[in-house]
Ligand binder design. Structure first.
Ligand code: ARG
Length: 460
C-alpha cells in the first residue's frame, strides 16, 4: 500500500482488477517523450521560481534524460501498479535520484500534465501528417502535369458527361487535400496553448511562471482558464473531424481507383507492388491499398463519434472518463498517417491508359453539350438547341455512331444551322480546349493550376 503515490489516505490496497481496469500505462506510455519534455520545462520553471535549487533541478534533468534513453532502448519496465506513464516515470525518477525526485510534482497535477502531454503528442503528429499531405499533393501535381492533356470522360451520376483532362481530375483531388491541410493547421493553432500551471483544476499557490513553461514547450501562450485547461479535449475532436473529412476524400479517390483498375473501365494501372493476388483465381490483381484505405474511413469516423460521445455531458473539470481519449486518438493518428503515406507512395506510380480513356470519352456522346453550345452561338436559344442535340444523339445511338462520326448531311437533318465548322467542336480535343478559363479543364488551365500549386506548396 505504501508504494502507491497516494497511499497516505488509504487503508487497503487497490483491488487487483481495479488496478488493471483503471491503468492506462499500456497505451499512454507512447507519450513518454512528451511527458518528459513537459517535466523538463516544469522543473526549469521551478528552479527559476526558486522552488528547486540549481543542483536539484540538474539532478531531475539528468534523471529524466536517463529514463528517456532507457525507454527509447526498450530497457524500461513499465508497471501497471503505477497506473500511467506519468507515475511510472515519476516513481522511477525518485528511484534513480532519491528524494529530490519527489519535488518534481510541486505545483503540478497529472491533470494539467496529461492535458499538456496529449497536446504535444497531437501537435507532433499533426506536423508529420501535414508533411506527408504535402508529399501527396506534390505527387498529384506532378502527375497532373504529365497528364495535363490526357483526355478522359468526366462523369456525373457515373454516366459519361463531358470530356475532361485527367490532369484536371487529379487537380480536383489536390483541392480536397489542400483544404484538409489548412484544416489541420487550423486545429494546430487552437491546440497550441499550454495547460501547464492549471494543476488539478484551480491553479496553484506556488509562484509559477506559466509563460516560461509555455515558451519552453513551443506553445503560443498559457491557456486562459485553469478549469477549461484540464477538461478541454476539443483539439482531439477537431483533429478527428479533420481526419474524418480527409479519410472521406481518400475514400473517394480510392473508389475511383478501384473502378478505374477494373476490366470494365481499364483507365489506369497500379503497379504490382501496391496490389495483391488471389489464392484461388490466378488472373487476379486486386487494388488492395485503395480498398483498405476506403475501409479504414469507417474506423476513423468511429473514433470521431467515440471522442464526441466521450466528452458529451462531462461536468467540469477533469474526469477519469478522459483517459478514454487516448486509444481512439492514437489509432486515428496512426491510421491517418498510414493512409496518407500509402497514397503519397502510390500516386507517383499510377499510369494512365490513355487510349482507353480516350475511347471511353468518345463512346459516351461526351461532346453533346458542345454541339448545343455551337447551335447557341449560331443564334439558337439554348433550350431549342438541347432538344435538337437530344434528337441527334438518339439518331446516333440508332446508327451506332458517335456525333463526330455523323456526316454533315446526317447532322443537318436536325438543324440547317449546322455547317462544316461543326467538326471542330465535336472532337474531344476541341471540347476540352474550349474550356479555357480559371478552373476549366483545358490543358492550358491544368498547367496553370500546377504552376500555381508548385509555388503554394513551396511556401509551406
Ligand atoms: N492517466 C490519466 C489520464 O489519462 C492521467 C490523469 C489522471 N488524473 C487523475 N486525477 N486521475 O487521463
Amino acid at each position: 500500500n505504501s508504494h502507491t503515490l497516494w497511499g497516505g489516505r488509504f487503508s487497503e490496497p487497490t483491488d487487483e482488477f481495479v488496478q488493471r481496469f483503471t491503468a492506462s500505462v499500456n497505451f499512454d506510455q507512447r507519450m513518454y517523450n512528451q511527458d518528459i519534455n513537459g517535466s523538463l520545462a516544469h522543473a526549469r520553471m521551478l528552479e527559476q521560481a526558486g522552488i528547486l535549487t540549481n543542483v536539484e533541478c540538474q539532478a531531475i534533468i539528468d534523471g529524466l534524460e536517463s529514463i528517456r534513453a532507457d525507454i527509447r532502448d526498450g530497457k524500461f519496465s513499465w508497471s501497471v501498479a503505477l497506473e500511467d506513464v506519468h507515475m511510472n516515470i515519476e516513481s522511477e525518477l525518485t528511484k534513480r535520484i532519491g528524494p529530490t525526485g519527489k519535488k518534481l510534482h510541486t505545483g503540478r497535477s497529472r491533470n494539467d500534465q496529461v492535458a499538456t502531454d496529449i497536446r504535444l503528442f497531437v501537435r507532433d503528429a499533426i506536423d508529420v501528417l501535414a508533411s506527408e499531405l504535402t508529399r501527396l499533393q506534390y505527387a498529384l501535381v506532378d502527375l497532373a502535369e504529365r497528364e495535363a492533356a490526357t483526355i478522359m470522360p468526366g462523369f456525373t451520376h457515373l454516366q459519361t458527361a463531358q470530356p475532361i483532362t485527367f490532369g484536371h481530375h487529379l487537380m480536383a483531388w489536390n483541392e480536397m487535400l489542400d483544404r484538409d491541410y489548412s484544416r489541420l493547421l487550423d486545429c494546430r493553432k487552437r491546440l497550441n496553448v499550454s495547460p501547464l500551471g492549471a494543476a488539478a483544476l484551480a491553479g496553484t499557490s506556488f509562484p509559477i511562471d506559466r509563460h516560461f513553461t509555455a515558451g519552453q514547450l513551443g506553445f503560443d501562450m498559457p491557456s486562459r482558464n485553469s478549469l477549461d485547461s484540464v477538461s478541454d479535449r476539443d483539439f482531439a475532436i477537431e483533429l478527428a473531424a479533420c481526419g474524418s473529412l480527409l479519410m472521406t476524400h481518400l475514400s473517394r479517390f480510392s473508389e475511383e481507383l478501384v473502378l478505374w483498375t477494373s476490366t470494365q473501365f481499364d483507365f489506369i494501372d497500379l503497379p504490382d507492388r501496391f496490389c495483391t493476388g488471389s489464392s484461388i483465381m490466378p488472373q487476379k490483381k486486386n487494388p488492395d491499398v485503395p480498398e483498405l484505405v476506403r475501409g479504414k474511413t469507417g474506423r476513423v469516423n468511429g473514433h470521431l463519434i467515440a471522442l464526441l460521445t466521450l466528452m458529451k455531458s462531462q461536468p467540469l473539470a477533469y474526469n477519469k472518463d478522459n483517459q478514454e481519449d487516448k486509444e481512439p486518438l492514437f489509432d486515428l493518428l496512426d491510421t491517418l498517417l498510414d493512409c496518407v503515406k500509402a497514397y503519397a507512395d502510390m500516386v507517383p506510380a499510377i499510369t494512365a491508359k490513355k487510349e482507353n480513356m480516350y475511347l471511353a470519352a468518345k463512346k459516351g456522346y461526351a461532346t453533346a453539350t458542345d454541339l448545343a453550345d455551337y447551335l447557341v452561338k449560331k443564334d439558337m436559344p439554348f433550350r431549342d438547341a438541347h432538344e435538337v442535340v437530344g434528337k441527334t444523339v438518339a439518331y446516333g445511338l440508332q446508327q451506332n455512331k458517335d456525333l463526330s462520326e455523323l456526316s454533315l448531311s446526317e447532322l443537318r437533318q436536325f438543324s440547317d444551322s449546322i455547317t462544316e465548322d461543326v467538326f471542330e467542336v465535336l472532337t474531344l480535343e476541341g471540347s476540352v480546349g474550349a474550356r479555357n478559363h480559371i478552373g476549366g479543364t483545358a490543358p492550358q488551365q491544368v498547367l496553370a493550376a500546377v504552376a500555381n500549386y508548385r509555388i503554394l506548396l513551396q511556401q509551406r
